[in-house]
Design a binder for this molecule. Sequence first.
Ligand SMILES: Nc1ncnc2c1ncn2[C@@H]1O[C@H](COP(=O)(O)OP(=O)(O)OP(=O)(O)O)[C@@H](O)[C@H]1O
Ligand SMILES: [Mg+2]
Length: 380
Amino acid sequence: MEADERAGILHQKEQIGLAVLIGSEYWSVLEGRGGENMETEKKEEKTAKKKEKKKEKQPEKVIEVKGVRKIYRMGKEKIYAVDNVNFEILKGEFCCLLGTSGSGKSTLLNLMAGIEKATKGDILIKGQNIRRMSENGLAKFRQKYLGFVFQSYNLMGSMNALENVEFPLVFKRVRPKKRKELAMAMLKQVGLGARLNHKPKEMSGGQQQRVGIARAFVANPEIVFADEPTGNLDTKTAMEVMDLIHGLARRNHQTIVMVTHDPRLAEYADKIIHILDGKIQSVEVKKSMEEIEAEAEAEIQAYKELQKRKKEERKRKLAELRQGKGVTTNEVAAADSVVTASQVAPKRVEAGTAQERLPDQSAAENGQDRTEQEKTGTDS
Ligand SMILES: Nc1ncnc2c1ncn2[C@@H]1O[C@H](COP(=O)(O)OP(=O)(O)OP(=O)(O)O)[C@@H](O)[C@H]1O
Ligand SMILES: [Mg+2]
């Protein structure tokens, strides 16, 4: 080998060794790409970072339903209650499953909530496949991330409002003092600060559902499932309950999945999933994430202002009480508890227009469910 050739190979080896040591930039210099290449790399790096940020900003798919089917067997008959269903729900969306009786809404909701098991397909909640979870794992997952509101309230009859709302926190091993604090604050938020010791049978339907809502939201779950939550209420109370759920969810950026057969109630939704005979007919997106976030901000501001006003009112009432101006302690307590979302959130549906479409009017007409104001006179 000629001396020149040997020197060349040695030079190449040195180059390789150096390149390993100082990285690819060395080759750029050698290849004469120099500064220009480094700039390109910087640009690429910037673009990658931007992409990552955009990805971070992209709304989280909090629920993904993929090819889900639920078949019930009744003797030889097979009932396709949910039939090959696919959709996604984003974090912070208020989503309604809308369909006629028997269309499969409750079955689908129960599948998403992990209450029933799908015959086929996958359901991912926060990216986790609930089908692959053990019974125990699923129960813990539900406690951590999910809340439930039922049509018939499902309150414990022997417990008062406060104890009912504390209940989910017992399973979360929250200490008794903290439990009580959280439950009281939640009951105040739903306008029941003056009804803490009332048992379910000592409350109106609307009040019971408010307790049900307080119980569902007290542990601050990321997703709340509600199956016809206003199904047993008169029109006016139903709207108040809807405002309450909507306001709470917006202020805490929570996702709601609500079942209804009433198109008027679906007006509250950001996304409506139309279901018929177990199949999705269409997915109607009514609001973008930007709109939802803007609404949430406005809701938070309005709520803060309302809280401030209520605090001032309470102070004033307390001062009047001290001066013996005929204000009762009940009035002071009520002033503290009146922070219902219906006073914050604008009503989307006029009570009158939904009248004929709402279920269980007969119950309301029978006087089973007088509105809160009618019954208490002070709570709202
Ligand atoms: N446990 C079950 N066993 C057999 N069939 C069932 C069962 N649960 C539901 N179904 C059937 O599945 C279909 C969907 O029922 P689902 O309760 O989901 O309807 P829905 O839309 O919630 O109705 P509604 O508005 O009346 O509550 C119906 O045909 C129903 O009869
Ligand atoms: Mg149902």
